[in-house]
Design a protein around this ligand. Structure first.
Ligand SMILES: Cc1ncc(COP(=O)(O)O)c(C=O)c1O
Length: 383
């Protein structure tokens, strides 16, 4: 007997015809496309994680510790060492990657009838967080050299009265950091230019996404320094980048009590598995070893930027573990020519620009050789 014809399923209209987001995961020798840390964890770290996961496995019949206090305390300790700012562990919040942290923020502060703003070029997932939480996404423009244009910020905030302002610093894909006085000004504007809710004026929540914070250059402050006195500020971090734990999926934030309380309302119960918590805690015990790679990666980044400039290319100032460079009449042709030579980078950012992540010295050498070869085959060496 044939089953009756099933009508189409009720997919949300705004999702119809869309493709899932995701950078290509290609098996090529040199992968420099998603800003990972190129160094796998050492044997000592792997052994400690294995022990911790084994221990956690003995209790897997039980739900995990719902509020992850031990992990949040370890993250607070890490932030104090990394940035000099001590945050109470109860004001640190963790989830499965900073992607989940930010979706939770929009679940709590966005939603139908509300607006989240960002300033392009910026991280392409932001508009997806907005879409998935039914929050309106409005994008202003960055100014010269991809810096925030404060007149533009004021114009957009006055016009839109957003609930949330999302700013990545260092920004992806440009690598540029927010200047501290600029962030102070944004925080002042956000205090006054948030939405009306139930007839009362509210502050906009300002999220500074410091996914690449640890790579910032000497003297560039973290937004963590501005938490005191700004209860509408959230600073988001991740273990995916400098910490070399992208596969773990652990993001976190530091903020004020009212914001953590709001996140507790929307998080799914037991959202952080026992094995995730155990792995993150074990990795954090090795923070000195993991952090030791950062200086080397920063040096490699600066050498890469100088080399690209030496080739006559434009390079955005980078405080991150990647570099945005250009400009090319046909950036896709350059991307594919590099891929043909076994080097995967990313077509992202404004037209004409490409982004390359910082890898090991050997990977960077392979990138330089490949790019020189591409140049040599195009119009007599000019890129
Ligand atoms: C600016 C920015 N924020 C957040 C993320 C997401 O990081 P996570 O792995 O913690 O979800 C990325 C990842 O590339 C990013 O570039």
């Amino acid at each position: 007997m044939s089953s009756p014809a099933t009508p189409p399923l009720p997919l949300r209209e705004d999702l119809e015809g869309l493709e899932p987001y995701g950078a290509p995961q290609l098996d090529v020798p040199v992968r420099l496309n998603v800003n990972e840390n190129p160094y796998p964890p050492s044997d000592a770290v792997v052994a400690d994680i294995a022990r911790a996961v084994e221990e956690a496995a003995r209790g897997l019949n039980r739900y995990p510790d719902r509020d992850a206090p031990e992990l949040r305390a370890a993250l607070a300790d890490y932030l104090a060492v990394e940035s000099g700012v001590r945050v109470d562990p109860s004001l640190v919040w963790a989830a499965n990657g900073s992607n989940e942290v930010m979706v939770q923020l929009l679940q709590a502060f966005g939603g139908p009838g509300r607006t989240v703003v960002g300033f392009a070029p910026t991280y392409s997932m932001y508009h997806e967080y907005a879409r998935d939480t039914n929050t309106r996404w409005v994008q202003g423009q960055r100014g010269d050299r991809f810096a925030l244009d404060l007149d533009e910020v004021e114009r957009v905030l006055r016009a839109e009265r957003p609930s949330v302002v999302l700013l990545a610093s260092p920004n992806n894909p440009t690598g540029t950091s927010l200047e501290a006085p600029d962030l102070r000004r944004v925080l002042d504007l956000a205090r006054d230019l948030g939405p009306q809710v139930a007839g009362t004026r509210r502050a906009a929540v300002v999220v500074v996404d410091e996914a690449y914070g640890e790579f910032r250059r000497e003297g560039v402050p973290s937004a963590l320094e501005l938490l005191a006195g700004n209860p509408h500020l959230v600073v988001s971090r991740t273990m995916s980048k400098a910490f070399g734990m992208a596969g773990l999926r652990l993001g976190y934030l530091a903020t004020a009590r009212e914001i953590v309380d709001a996140l507790m309302l929307v998080r799914l119960p037991y959202h952080l598995s026992a094995t995730t918590q155990a792995t993150a805690l074990a990795a954090l015990r090795h923070r000195e070893e993991l952090m030791a790679q950062i200086a080397g990666l920063r040096g490699e980044r600066d050498r890469l930027a100088a080399w690209l400039r030496g080739r006559g290319l434009e390079v955005a100032d980078s405080d991150a573990n990647f570099v945005l460079f250009g400009t090319f009449a046909d950036r896709r042709a350059v991307f594919h020519a590099l891929l043909d030579r076994g080097v995967l980078i990313r077509v992202v950012g404004p037209e004409g620009w490409l982004r390359v992540s910082v890898g090991t010295p050997e990977e960077m050498e392979a990138f330089r050789v490949a790019l020189d070869d591409v140049a040599a085959r195009q119009s007599g060496g000019a890129l």
